[in-house]
Unconditional design. Structure first.
Lengths: 278, 314
């Protein structure tokens, strides 16, 4: 047996894998104890990097333990166009995503207690086709708003979405007026509607229910905007500044009320909702 | 200007041009002209009876297609243009004002304005409105509500302007707010898609009680080119994307996104302005008449139900 074909000495896996102890912050590359990372709700207290959360993680961080009841858990995507693209059918793709993530749609909605106060909560999940807005998403959000109206609870939205889902075409676009119409009903009924914009909140979601809150809260450095950076750069033939369409940029231009680090989000929502007298 | 897929018509047009140039046509020339005209009309009719979605996009974007100022000239006896959003400026991508139909019906007209030549297009930014355009539209709609005037919104845009200044002034917020306020506006709203219904830029003034659409207009969540470059990773696959996206009037009627298709003359609205003005004028008059007398409460709740039903869960 030649020297070159000699088998490499098997590396012994350490008793405790590195990943179990440390997290490398994607923002500043610092090593952070996983325990600390989790305690800070997957944010870095050195560079304020905020990792994207799943909808279940978001519910767990915002609502009191065991207080959450999901609304319309079976409501899922539909395929009104029978859409097929170069890579195959939308129905297959969505079913695959659903199987992989255990999600039925790009949003989960439910009723629970935030620091003791009953609220209706909607949380988008970027893992389901980029958190895209389509018929199932829009309908769940509308029904959640209707539930808030029915029980007279505040409605808290946590957006995370690339925009409208192309695969449902015009039906996706129609979810923008649909959700906005539902939010208008909350306004007429003087019920609080708070929008939390997380990374990313763009396209048809930024241009609908996410941007019509009574109060707009953004997570640090979240990407928030209507058109994509590349499209804008191609249109104006200029490079855009680094901070363009960040939460900080929106705050400076008057489109969000505050930037709240994730560990303070629940308390901030609680404080704001305490001002409701309706 | 004929489109690429109209080559047969273009050939006949060339022959017609030659024949018509004859200084003193004899009877045989005259009859040949008549014959060619007949052929040409038959060709157009056959061609337009079976347009593909991508061909329909070409027609919807035709530079000679009637645009809002053409409709204002062709449909109204009076137009008092109103300017500005009272916040920032006076966008020319969306224009509007008080208008009176030929049947004396008064209403608030507004919509996207595209240009027919380069200078026009520079002024109105190819019909791509900025936030101040959407905010001007909402100011006009609130005024219509105050005066109990119905609103007629004309849609013809490639999309809301994707520019740095538009983002800075809150393009997303302007569109979102318009949809929310239109949903509960206490006066009838008629929407008519006349050319390109480009995504958020269209729906930003597109919430209404009745949605009309010209036969060869299109309405889509994304341009076929944009969709092709993302999902096909090839912008030249726009024809395929146009098929898949179901953006033509008959498909949208089936999906219950629009209520009524307004027929166009053979060969498209751009070939016969008087004909399209007559049809659109009649459709508007009828639709406005049907909407009068409905209480605003009922109107608003019906509007909510209409959009709630779009893409309702199985």
């Amino acid at each position: 047996m030649g020297w070159f074909s000699r088998k490499k000495k098997q590396e012994q896996p350490p008793a405790v894998a590195k990943e179990d102890v440390w997290v490398v912050c994607p923002g500043c590359k610092a090593h952070v104890y996983r325990e600390e990372w989790e305690k800070n709700l997957k944010t870095c207290d050195r560079c304020s990097f905020h990792e994207r959360l799943t909808s279940a993680e978001r519910v767990a961080m915002l609502l009191d333990p065991k207080s959450y009841t999901e609304l319309n858990p079976r409501l899922t995507f539909s395929d009104p166009l029978k859409f097929v693209d170069a890579k195959g059918s939308y129905a297959d793709k969505a079913a695959e995503t659903s199987a992989k993530t255990g999600l039925k749609e790009a949003v989960i909605t439910g009723i629970g207690r935030l620091s003791g106060r009953k609220i209706v909560l909607a949380v988008m999940d970027f893992r389901f086709m980029g958190g895209s807005l389509a018929s199932g998403t829009g309908e769940k959000i509308r029904l959640a708003a209707e539930a808030a109206l029915h029980y007279r609870y505040p409605f808290v939205m946590v957006a995370a979405s690339g925009g409208a889902r192309m695969h449902e075409g015009i039906v996706s676009l129609m979810q923008m007026p649909k959700t906005c119409a539902a939010i208008a009903r909350l306004r007429d009924a003087r019920l609080p509607y708070i929008s939390v914009m997380t990374d990313p909140t763009t396209g048809g979601v930024s241009a609908s229910f996410a941007m019509v809150g009574d109060v707009h809260i953004a997570e640090p450095r979240a990407l928030i905007g209507f058109a994509g950076r590349r499209v804008i750069e191609e249109t104006i033939k200029q490079k855009l500044p680094e901070d363009f369409q960040t939460a900080e940029y929106l705050l400076a231009h008057g489109f969000v009320d505050m930037i709240v680090p994730r560990p303070k989000l629940r308390d901030t929502l609680h404080q704001i909702l305490a001002y409701r007298r309706t | 200007m004929n489109l690429d897929f109209e080559t047969d018509v273009t050939e006949i047009d060339a022959q017609l041009l030659e024949l018509r140039a004859v200084a003193d046509p004899d009877s045989s020339t005259k009859s040949r002209i008549a014959e060619f005209e007949k052929q040409r009309d038959a060709k157009l009719k056959a061609l337009y009876a079976d347009l593909t979605p991508w061909q329909t996009v070409q027609v919807a974007r035709h530079p000679e297609r009637p645009m809002l100022r053409d409709f204002i000239a062709g449909l109204t006896t009076e137009f008092i243009e109103l300017h500005g959003d009272r916040l920032f400026g006076d966008d020319q991508g969306i224009i509007g004002g008080f208008a009176t139909l030929k049947n004396q019906q008064r209403f608030m007209i507004l919509g996207h304005q595209k240009g027919k030549n380069f200078d026009d297009n520079l002024r109105c930014n190819f019909g791509m409105a900025r936030p101040e355009g959407y905010r001007k539209a909402m100011r006009l709609m609130k005024l219509a509500e105050k005066y109990a005037l119905p609103v007629v919104s004309f849609i013809d845009t490639p999309g809301a302007f994707p520019g740095a200044d538009a983002e800075e002034r809150g393009q997303a917020e302007a569109i979102a707010r318009n949809m929310m306020d239109m949903a509960v506006l206490k006066t009838p709203i008629v929407v008519i898609i006349t050319g390109e219904g480009g995504s958020g830029g269209a729906i930003g003034i597109g919430v209404g009680d009745v949605i009309l659409m010209l036969q060869y207009a299109v309405y889509s969540v994304i341009s076929p080119e944009g969709c092709a470059s993302i999902l096909w990773r090839d912008g030249s696959k726009a024809a395929e994307a146009a098929n898949a996206l179901k953006i033509t009037a008959p498909s949208l009627k089936q999906l219950k996104v629009i209520d009524e298709i307004i027929p166009e003359p053979p060969g498209g609205a751009h070939r016969d302005y008087p004909a399209i003005m007559l049809t659109v004028g009649n459709a508007l008059a009828k639709t406005l008449k049907n909407l009068t007398g409905i209480s605003t409460g009922k109107l608003v709740s019906r509007r909510y139900d209409k959009f709630a039903a779009m893409g309702r869960a199985r």
